[in-house]
Design a protein around this ligand. Structure first.
Ligand SMILES: NC(=O)c1ccc[n+]([C@@H]2O[C@H](COP(=O)([O-])OP(=O)(O)OC[C@H]3O[C@@H](n4cnc5c(N)ncnc54)[C@H](OP(=O)(O)O)[C@@H]3O)[C@@H](O)[C@H]2O)c1
Length: 231
């Protein structure tokens, strides 16, 4: 597949490495410009591009940047793109550590619905609940005992199927969370978050999830602090 990756940090660089190794054609972008991605490009064979260049012609685009940075993407990034362009959101809302208060999410909007509104294109939520290092190192062939499962949420059945296929290719069992309205079940603080469960464990964790954001996942008047000193 032709895959655009917007964000080249922990998750973006991991997915660039893993997806190129699987034979996908990857174009990767960050905010500072392609010249700063020469090393990653040389290592993986991915094309280093600007965010705007990562989208046209792609079959699938992965947006993997801090939540608060989403509005800083070029305006109209997905305008005029075909309806069948699949967009994956790996994002998590970290109000106290990084993002500060995002009013709509605090009011109960699932994080990925908020991202979708900013992007103006439907998204599939995936890869948000696993540490980048585990995504890099813990994939296993299908049917391996203890294979980690990853939840995938989204409204479009075809797009979700494609993303679930990609999860499997990367070495993880995909589990369907439901539509994007249900994606709060895999948000930070939920039982499935960073828990590295197998498929049965993920299904149970999704069923056990509680809608209300726990206090530590809500902004305060002082937010954001830092990961070292959340506020
Ligand atoms: N870290 C994890 O283990 C993990 C796991 C699951 C999900 N997540 C979530 O996935 C998202 C990405 O996390 P991360 O840890 O990979 O972040 P990160 O290491 O902080 O990297 C963020 C990347 O986003 C890029 N970026 C920021 N604004 C941009 C813009 N306007 N245009 C293009 N690129 C932009 C940055 O580029 P520059 O450096 O050039 O600014 C950087 O490459 C977050 O929402 C995070 O919560 C993280």
């Amino acid at each position: 597949m032709k895959i655009g990756i917007i964000g080249a940090g922990n998750i973006g660089s991991t997915l660039t490495r893993r997806l190129t190794a699987l034979g996908h054609e990857v174009a990767v972008a960050n905010s500072r410009g392609p010249q700063t991605l020469a090393g990653l490009a040389a290592e993986t064979g991915a094309r280093a591009v600007s965010a705007s260049e990562a989208v046209p012609g792609a079959d699938l685009v992965i947006v993997t940047i801090p939540e608060i940075r989403v509005p800083s993407l070029p305006p109209g990034l997905f305008q005029g793109m075909p309806d069948n362009l699949i967009v994956v959101d790996t994002g998590n809302y970290y109000p106290r550590q990084r993002d500060g208060r995002i009013r709509e999410i605090e009011a109960g909007l699932p994080e990925s619905r908020w991202v979708e509104r900013q992007l103006g294109h439907p998204v599939i939520k995936a890869f948000n609940n696993i540490y980048a290092q585990h995504l890099a190192e813990k994939g296993l062939p299908a049917d391996s005992p203890g294979r980690i499962a990853l939840p995938v949420a989204g409204d479009d059945a075809r797009a979700k199927r494609v993303v679930m296929g990609l999860v499997d290719e990367l070495g993880f069992d995909p589990v369907d969370t439901g539509d994007l309205n249900e994606s709060w079940r895999q948000q930070p603080g939920s039982p499935v978050y960073t828990a590295d469960k197998d498929a049965e464990g993920v299904k149970q964790a999704l069923a056990d999830a509680v809608r209300q954001r726990a206090p530590e996942w809500q902004a305060t008047p002082d937010s954001p602090g830092t990961f070292e000193a959340p506020a």
